[in-house]
Design a binder for this molecule. Sequence first.
Ligand code: CU
Length: 177
Amino acid sequence: MYQHVILSLLLAAPVAAQTPATQKPAAPATKPAGATQKPSTEKPAAAATAKGRTIEIVGTEDMKFSLAAITAKPGEMLTVRLVSKGTMPKIAMAHNFVLLTAKANQVEFATAAMNARATDFIPADKKADVIAFTGLAGGGETVEVTFKAPAAAGAYPYLCTFPGHFQAGMKGTLTVK
Ligand code: CU
């Protein structure tokens, strides 16, 4: 007798435990069938908007950006990913991406940057000229920065501020239109 009771309890227990679990998906299936689909499509979209459009630029040892022109919509979210390729030690060869305001003087900025090794070649007294910047990427490293494109249409210069690189032509233009 007892064995039967215990057996039935043992059998009943998993059944009882299962019912709420099976009911959960069964109940929402009627109404939120469409609702459950919505979050699944919204999630990737939300993740995409957080970083915006990703633009990959390669920096090479010939001191050039693979991309010298970027076009964006006013206020567009952008992620610039800078891939540094090369085998030289980082202290001798590294790259960054520094986007300046339309009014900034690139030559003056690059010159000041040469003496700013302690701050990864971002001159502290010229931070007002900077819209966005990455850290330094040595050969094989990748750095990135996410920012909002300026709201005002115009041409915004970007450059690598590692000493000598801007002068060698490591620069480009972000056009907002
Ligand atoms: Cu560089």
